[in-house]
Design a binder for this molecule. Sequence first.
Ligand code: ZN
Length: 280
Amino acid sequence: MPELPEVETIRRDLQGEVVNRKIKTVEVRNGRTVRRHASAKQFRALLEGRTITAINRAGKYLLLELDDGSTLVIHLGMSGQLQRAKNAKEAKVPHTHAVLTFTQGGQLRFVDPRTFGEVFVSVAPAEGEPRLPELAHLGFDPLEDVMSWDRFWALLASHHAALKNLLMDQEFVAGIGNMYADEILYAAGLRYDRRSDSLSSQEVRRLYRAMVETLAEAVKRRGSSLADQQYRDLFGEIGDYQGQHQAYDREGEACRRCRGTIVRVKAGGRSTFFCEDCQV
Ligand SMILES: [Zn+2]
């Protein structure tokens, strides 16, 4: 499942490819992709004729800003991909659910085999109303919203939650999923089940630094592509960070820090990988 580093990689790709392009036509091939809208027709009407002015991101959501103040929001879900096509004649892969065609030529295609992803238009807010009410539930963005350690400590201490659950809670911090939560906790030397209100000030600092540095490094390496997952960038290329993983998907392998063994526990339908010896 794409997490913050993969979505940020695609955001940067989109910036060079679709900004200042005008949307000529929109084709919806699977209604489930636009399920927030009353109809595909309504979705199309909000987009056709609009020009994309900027690409932003909030957690795992891509925000394509439009010239009328509205925003095209894209969530890749479990298996979503965006593909750039030079023209309409380029063959469409299976599960291509939505296609934007630009006036200047070329297309942007949304592909999503498992259909947990979605696209929708958040209309321009009325005067005095907040932007993007659909995303109001999201917590802070670990790369965009820099905060002091004291503030981060206060946020952690206001919950009595297992650290991994809290890192994956999009209402607490937006953009982290199963894979990067394991990598961040490994880098911080903290167990997945440590209670968030039990950390010393030093541990809070280690966790904050691990979160920011792990995600920034993964963005630099264009995200992680795993054998059983679908992540590809806008040009169909895989990421380069999977080779750097220290904990995730390394069950039975040696810990690179202490030579102990990485173990896996299963809880709530997902796996957690960690070192029993150097994560406390
Ligand atoms: Zn270890």
